[in-house]
Design a protein around this ligand. Structure first.
Ligand code: AMP
Length: 361
């Protein structure tokens, strides 16, 4: 099905990802309609319509679906059952199955292993006894992560030595979890892939990602030659996963690069923070290609627009530098319209095109 400009796109989730999706959709003449529980979500400010509702309210989501021509999501922690009600009222991309896999770290890693991928070594943990057993097998250092509802380093406890197990178990409050080996990686990178309704796949240069305190700090494209082989392996796996899910839209997969291997960390069936650089750093951004994919349109060129592109997140008080960043040549500032610059909160980002030709007549 091809949806022509003028059609309405329902976006479940109201954060910065929805905001940038709405902007990309509007540029192509589509109308975005945002669904979120908050009173003033960042995405609603730039969308044509806004419905306030809970993510678990199946009937409200069904009504929302009846008002739009196609629907997508920018947030992962939506109950699958409630989103299924929406999917009965409107075409939903990416598919529910992709969300189901991404929501649960155990299911996700098992799925990836079934696809021939290599996740970081892990074991399921549902009791204090399991944790001791898993720790004996995997060894310290390790990370205990909740299976569900974790993001930006939340729902995680590091275990430096066996003696830390009790504190880690307490920190996660007994939630079903996995214990993961701590990987000594050379670098982190992500594969940014978009699959069209007809199965066409495009990818961008895989960025190298640098995290601070479990939160993405910077993404740099290209990632550097040392990661070439690992990136090739990651991309092969990403394409296989996208096909297996019958995915339509953006799929971002985070990897740990260890020598020429790509160890799977996690996947996101949506636009992704490590793809923000594509707004100015690529001919077609991840946001535009996501809109194109879910509307059944041909995907756009993903070539880089500068020799090197760097995206820096503005987290918490970083956003106070906005005026200086505005004065910088070749720097593109994005602010998300959030009021409180709480520590750890993503307030905006800046993308720098490095080595790009500059001309003025
Ligand atoms: P996650 O939310 O699981 O992607 O974790 C956030 C960040 O914490 C990752 O991008 C890594 O920088 C770090 N991290 C998470 N899991 C591991 C691991 N098993 N080994 C090493 N670093 C990790």
């Amino acid at each position: 099905m091809r949806l022509a400009p003028g059609a309405s796109i329902g976006i479940v989730g109201g954060g910065q990802l929805g905001r940038m999706l709405s902007i990309a959709a509007a540029r192509l003449g589509y109308k975005s309609h945002v669904y979120a529980p908050d009173a003033t979500p960042p995405a609603a400010e730039v969308a044509a319509g806004f419905t306030r509702g809970d993510y678990g309210d199946a009937e409200a989501l069904r009504r929302f679906g009846a008002e739009v021509d196609v629907a997508t999501y920018e947030f992962e922690n939506i109950p699958v059952g409630a989103l299924a009600a929406l999917a009965e009222a409107a075409p939903l991309h990416p598919p529910l199955r992709a969300l189901e896999v991404a929501q649960d770290r155990l299911i996700e890693k098992q799925f990836v292993r079934d696809q021939g991928g290599a996740p970081t070594p892990f074991l399921a943990v549902t009791s204090r006894g399991d944790l001791d057993q898993a720790l004996a097998e995997i060894g310290a250092p390790a990370i205990l992560k909740t299976r569900r509802l974790g993001y930006d380093g939340k729902g995680q406890a590091r275990i430096e030595r066996a003696g830390d197990a009790a504190a880690a178990w307490k920190a996660l409050k007994g939630a079903p979890a996995i214990l993961e080996a701590m990987v000594e990686f050379d670098a982190e990178f992500s594969i940014l892939l978009c699959r069209g309704a007809d199965g066409e796949i495009v990818t961008w240069d895989a960025p190298r990602n640098i995290h601070a305190n479990g939160i993405l700090d910077r993404s740099i494209a290209p990632a550097g030659e040392a990661l070439d082989a690992a990136i090739r392996a990651g991309e092969t796996l990403a394409r296989r996963i996208a096909g297996a899910l019958d995915h339509v839209g953006m799929l971002a997969i985070e990897f740990f690069g260890v020598s020429d291997q790509a160890l799977f960390n996690e996947l996101a069936p949506r636009v992704h923070n490590s793809g923000h650089w594509t707004i100015e750093g690529a001919v077609t951004s991840q946001f535009e290609n996501h809109v194109r994919a879910i509307c059944g349109l041909p995907l756009g060129d993903t070539a880089r627009t500068a020799p090197r592109v760097e995206m820096k997140n503005l987290i918490g008080a970083d956003v106070d530098q906005w005026l200086d960043l505005m004065r910088e040549p070749d720097a593109f500032l994005h602010l998300y319209g959030k009021k409180n610059a709480r520590p750890g909160r993503k307030m905006g980002h800046v993308t720098r095109l490095i080595g790009a030709a500059r001309e003025r007549a």
